[in-house]
Design a binder for this molecule. Structure first.
Ligand code: PXP
Length: 250
């Protein structure tokens, strides 16, 4: 089955709203793990708006499944990753004013910087993933510069499928085809495929059933639901949705 990494940035967002001690990201990671998550993802942003360096250090100490850290390909971040050694690093674009990551990296125009970052991460035995839009050229270039995984940005698919979207079935299907084509290119280049951004209990099923997608990174919708039903149940229900039984554990 497709693996689920639970992104727990929002837990840190609540904590940082008061610069307080709670809620604990370590507790969140443990609960997600107990609920069946395959891994934990956090984004260490340059502005440290939610996850802090110490969070990543503590998480590294307790997560025995899979710790994936999203970061920009800056010298500062690569040094931190090489020191803390998460299982995987996902290189993402970062803009100070953005609310969340807005799309994939332009691997073609940043090839030099990314190639160097990938090399440095690999030499520390960290799996390197690059967050890309579902565009064939970007996938091929990610493979060319040595990434071991791509994470396909699903935000367009997500916005097309959200309640209130006026997208027709044809538009949704063509976005899914575009993603599948990119999965095939990655498979041909022998790199692993992850996907994520904007996925929900409602729309994850169609992405999870695409061939070649091995891993999903999902945060907002899980943590949003967790505020009402608790994190353990929210994670378990997302796992059920990925398996094709939405809300199967209700
Ligand atoms: N993948 C990447 C690269 C991201 O930056 C994010 C958001 O932090 C996610 C996946 C998860 O997106 P969401 O919180 O919308 O599920």
């Amino acid at each position: 089955m497709v693996r689920l990494n639970v992104n727990i940035d929002h837990v840190a967002t609540v904590r940082q709203a008061r610069r307080a001690q709670e809620p604990s990201v370590v507790a969140a990671a443990v609960i997600a793990d107990l609920a069946g998550a395959d891994g934990i993802t956090v984004h260490l942003r340059g502005d440290r708006r939610h996850i802090q360096d110490q969070d990543v250090r503590l998480l590294r100490g307790i997560i025995k499944t899979h710790l994936n850290v999203e970061m920009a390909a800056t010298d500062e971040m690569i040094d931190i990753a090489r020191d803390i050694r998460p299982d995987a690093v996902t290189l993402v674009p970062e803009r100070a004013e953005e609310i969340t990551t807005e799309g994939g990296l332009d691997v073609l125009s940043a090839a030099g910087v990314l190639r160097r970052a990938v090399k440095q991460l690999k030499s520390a035995e960290i799996l390197t993933s690059i967050f890309v839009d579902p565009e064939p050229d970007q996938i091929s270039e990610a493979a060319e510069i040595g990434a071991e995984q791509i994470e396909i940005c699903t935000s367009k698919y997500s916005s097309l499928t959200e309640p209130g979207s006026h997208a027709g079935i044809g538009e949704i299907e063509s976005e899914l085809d575009r993603i599948l084509d990119c999965c095939r290119i990655a498979e041909g280049a022998r790199i692993q495929v992850a996907a994520g951004h904007g996925l929900t209990y409602r729309n994850v099923g169609r992405i999870a059933e695409l061939d070649y997608i091995e891993e999903l990174n999902i945060g907002h919708n899980i943590i949003a639901r967790a505020t009402f039903v608790g994190l353990e149940r929210a994670v378990a229900e997302m796992i059920a949705s990925i398996a094709g039984f939405p809300f199967g554990l209700k």
